[in-house]
Design a protein around this ligand. Structure first.
Ligand code: PEP
Length: 224
């Protein structure tokens, strides 16, 4: 089953979640839907018929790590997935591949499915950037790691790669992972381009930012 993951980033509030859950629960989606809201809102999703995810986690189980949330606790509050290494975490919070790897390993240990985000800032040299970001993850956890290819130049810009470009990148990633990991595409997905991207070769799902905050548009994206 192909996946559609919503990344709300630091958006949404209690009122919006209630409307979102009510409307999205009416949709019989053929896809695996995962919504990643700000973690403070997760309790409001108790009646949600689909999956919940977190936008981040720490790699320790507990302890003196002010402001962090453990993967074990995320599991306890109902998350099944966790986004890791989103480009905003890499650029604003200076997350390194080493740190993201530790978080990925901790997520797997506590039964959370990790979605590791990768992608180049500028189109030129994408092969080097993508293979560099993947390097540490080409290990025996590949089957349990989902990768989201999100070219940074496409995030929130309304500009997407062509289907041909996506297929070239995904073929390249698959050649590095030996096809062992599910691959998602993210970056300016909307109701008009979602199906075409979702049907591209080797694409197992979508990561949707801005369009997941518009209930009507997200409904169209997740419908058959
Ligand atoms: C994202 O930041 O994960 C993302 C996919 O954003 P957008 O869809 O808004 O480009």
């Amino acid at each position: 089953m192909k996946m559609i993951v919503a990344n709300w980033k630091m958006n949404g509030n209690f009122n919006f979640v209630n409307k979102f859950v009510k409307e999205i629960n009416k949709v019989n989606s053929p896809y695996e839907i995962i919504v990643c809201p700000p973690i403070a809102l997760i309790g409001e999703f108790k009646d949600f018929r689909y999956h919940r995810g977190s936008q981040n986690c720490f790699y320790e189980e507990k302890g003196a790590f002010t402001g962090e949330t453990s993967p074990q606790l995320l599991k306890e509050i109902g998350c099944d997935y966790v986004l890791l290494g989103h480009s905003e975490r890499r650029s604003i919070f200076h997350e390194s591949d080493d740190l993201i790897l530790k978080k990925r390993n901790a997520a797997i240990k506590f039964n959370l499915k990790p979605i590791v985000c990768i992608g180049e800032k500028n189109k030129d040299g994408w092969r080097e950037i993508v293979s560099d970001q993947l390097r540490l993850f080409l290990d025996n956890h590949m089957e349990n790691t989902i990768f989201a290819y999100e070219p940074v130049w496409s995030i929130g810009t309304g500009v997407t790669p062509t289907v041909e470009e996506i297929e070239i990148v995904f073929d390249f990633i698959n050649s590095l992972t030996n096809g062992k990991s599910l691959l998602l595409y993210g970056g300016s997905v909307n109701a008009n381009n979602a199906k075409q991207i979702l049907n591209s070769r080797n694409v197992s799902g979508l990561l949707v930012g801005g369009a997941s905050l518009k209930i009507d548009e997200f409904t169209r994206i997740i419908q058959d």
